[in-house]
Design a binder for this molecule. Structure first.
Ligand SMILES: [Mg+2]
Length: 232
């Protein structure tokens, strides 16, 4: 089973540090203060950067996007201590990843809207990177459309392992309706986890066959991952 974890509010939370980094990176990249940030929950960074540039009246050219991405990555690198002291891994996240990492039937990776380098910095900060195959993963700089990230991760995971992970053997875990919709549109299994802004009911309304309140029961979560409910 290929397990594709969302990162923010599923495995970790930066508790405001991510926003502070955006506020610092935006003027570095554009020479202007950040007046408005696009809605971010469940969206890819490419999508967020384009809209954020636009709502701040800057044309989202490839150069503008590249500059902002570079400033964000530098900002996360510079903020590792801040991330470590203010942010946290969510309760049960490390224990769940650790338990699944010992199961030979499971290959764990991420499917995240974060830029690849930002995802790596966040996971390293909380010691979660050791359980995840970051080369079998898909990121917010691979495609603006989250649904497209599913096939990208499946192909990379197959390239890494030699195992073909079809839709019946792929499960995505995330905290937003956008995670649920990406999984259902791609045709893979999905499990909601209500540790973000959305409630378990919200995630079920978005199409999740099951939604956990959190990751504090690793045995239950592992059981659901190995036998995900819902037809694919
Ligand atoms: Mg999330």
């Amino acid at each position: 089973m290929l397990v594709l974890w969302d990162i923010d509010h599923t495995l970790i939370e930066t508790r405001g540090v991510g926003f502070a980094i955006y506020q610092r990176a935006f003027p570095t990249a554009t020479g202007r203060p950040l007046d408005q940030l696009a809605q971010i929950a469940g969206r890819t960074e490419l999508d967020i950067m384009r809209e954020t540039l636009r709502v701040n009246e800057i044309e989202p050219t490839d150069d503008a996007i590249d500059s902002l991405a570079a400033a964000l990555i530098q900002g996360y690198n510079d903020a590792r201590n801040e991330l470590a002291t203010i942010g946290r891994a969510l309760p049960g996240a490390a224990a769940t990843l650790r338990q699944l990492a010992t199961d030979p039937r499971v290959h764990q990776a991420v499917l995240t809207g974060n830029l690849r380098d930002v995802a790596r910095i966040k996971l390293e900060t909380y010691g979660l990177d050791t359980y995840l195959d970051l080369d079998a993963s898909a990121y917010g700089d691979d495609h603006a459309d989250r649904t497209q990230l599913v096939a990208i991760a499946q192909l990379r995971a197959t390239g890494r392992t030699g195992i073909t992970f079809d839709n019946a053997h792929t499960v995505l875990i995330g905290d937003t309706p956008n995670d649920i919709k990406a999984a259902t549109a791609a045709g893979v299994h999905v499990i909601g986890v209500a540790t973000g802004k959305s409630t378990a009911d919200d995630l079920i309304a978005a199409g999740a066959p099951v939604a956990l309140t959190d990751l504090t029961d690793p045995a239950r979560t592992a059981g659901l991952i190995l036998n995900p409910p819902g037809v694919v």
